[in-house]
Design a protein around this ligand. Structure first.
Ligand code: FNR
Length: 378
């Protein structure tokens, strides 16, 4: 298997995984138009080619929420990644640690906070969904605090789950889903042995206390539907601000008006995101939404961005368009499925290398100098 890009990891993941798992990570909402635009709008954003600017030393380091990191990149919260590799969240956190970037654990991870956080010396980030039971949310915040989490990512773009048509066809949901998943697993024996058998227990570690014994995959969608709170409003977020004294990042902002509301709330950061095209099909791509959002917050909080990033070149495009840091979603999950911890570490090396080359050819040597001036407006 020759790996030279995130696209190669996607191909390898497709071969390795049962179809329901590949389609779950690869797919988006509705016709997948926003999913496609996330990538095509990035791909068509031109960068100015500059020459003779002494690019012998290109530095990629930056600081996010008071902590230095080697790259302006974060591994995005992605649910169920313990189904993609054995104890997948632990492997990915170790890879992130080894390359000097933060790992963000999803609410709906397989491995619990208490399994992942102690596996690495640096603090992990934790992502929280809006859950009806505020007592349970308070417990989760206390657990995160006890595990040394410094940065809370509060995801607000999922008051209801998006319409994911692929899942019904793949066996993730729909008729005879359990039987279809079993047959797919049997057709992928390496995955079945490594993850299906040796990667147990397959529970949603963080929410197992409320789900009890039956916190398996079967209950995942049911739990999401029953426990996500569509009644949440901006004023409810004051409660979070009052119950969390670490850095607070609001994830899922695409509109300048919402970005200003995050500033008013006193958030430390936002993630400009359409959830990787998995929620509102028809929404603007993140890269197109980003400049106006960054302008609206005008430096009053840290602007992170994601959705569609598949290379170091894409990271540079996001930074040039107003982001201070970039989350990788599917890219790291493909690498995890294909190569475990080593796969994710190699992916981060590839991203760093691509960033270095891009910056050198654009005549820029520091992350702080990546701004709209490097974009070609002709
Ligand atoms: C996600 N995302 C996500 N976000 C979040 O806040 N909590 C979660 O549990 C999940 N789960 C999840 C599962 C899968 C399979 C995917 C692909 C994505 C969204 C994620 O954090 C990020 O916003 C997107 O993945 C970014 O888009 P790209 O990089 O995947 O195109």
């Amino acid at each position: 298997m020759i790996i030279s890009s995130a696209a190669d990891y996607r191909g390898a993941a497709r071969r390795r995984l049962p179809r329901f798992l590949f389609d779950y990570v690869d797919g988006g909402a509705g016709s997948e138009a926003t999913l496609a635009r996330n990538m095509s709008d990035l791909a068509t954003l031109p960068i100015r080619q500059r020459v003779l600017k002494n690019v012998a030393e290109v530095a990629l380091g930056t600081t996010l929420f008071g902590r230095e990191q080697a790259l302006p990149v974060v591994l995005a919260p992605v649910g169920l990644t313990g189904m993609y590799a054995r104890r997948g969240e632990v492997q990915a956190a170790r890879a992130a640690q080894s390359r000097g970037v933060p790992f963000c654990l999803s609410t709906v991870s397989v491995c619990a906070l208490e399994e992942v956080a102690p596996a690495i010396p640096d603090p992990i980030w934790f992502q929280l969904y809006v859950i009806r039971d505020r007592g349970f949310m308070r417990d989760l915040l206390a657990r995160a605090k006890a595990q040394g989490v410094t940065t809370l990512v509060f995801t607000v773009d999922m008051p209801v789950p998006g319409s994911r048509y692929r899942d019904a066809h793949s066996g993730m949901s729909g008729p005879n889903a359990a039987l279809r998943r079993l047959l797919q697993a049997m057709a992928h024996p390496r995955w079945a042995w490594d993850v299906g058998v040796r990667g147990r227990p397959h529970i949603l570690g963080n929410i197992a206390p409320v789900l009890g014994k039956t916190s398996g995959l079967e209950d995942f969608m049911g739990w999401l539907g029953a426990n996500f709170d569509p009644a949440i409003e901006w004023k409810d977020l004051d409660w979070i601000r009052d119950n969390w004294d670490g850095a607070l990042v609001i994830k899922g902002i695409l509109d300048p008006e919402d970005a200003r509301a995050a500033v008013t709330l006193g958030a430390d950061g936002i993630v400009v995101s359409n959830h990787g095209g998995r929620q509102l099909d028809g929404a603007l791509s993140s890269i197109r939404a980003l400049p106006a959002v960054a302008e609206a917050v005008d430096g009053r909080l840290t602007v992170l961005a994601d959705s569609g990033v598949r290379s170091g070149l894409d990271v540079v495009r996001m930074l040039a368009s107003g982001a201070d840091g970039v989350l990788l979603g599917r890219a790291w999950v493909y690498a995890l499925a294909a190569g475990g911890e080593r796969g994710v570490a190699t992916l981060l090396d590839l991203i760093a290398k691509e960033m270095r080359v891009t910056m050198a050819l654009a005549g820029v040597t520091r992350i702080a100098d990546l701004d709209r001036a490097i974009l070609d407006r002709r």
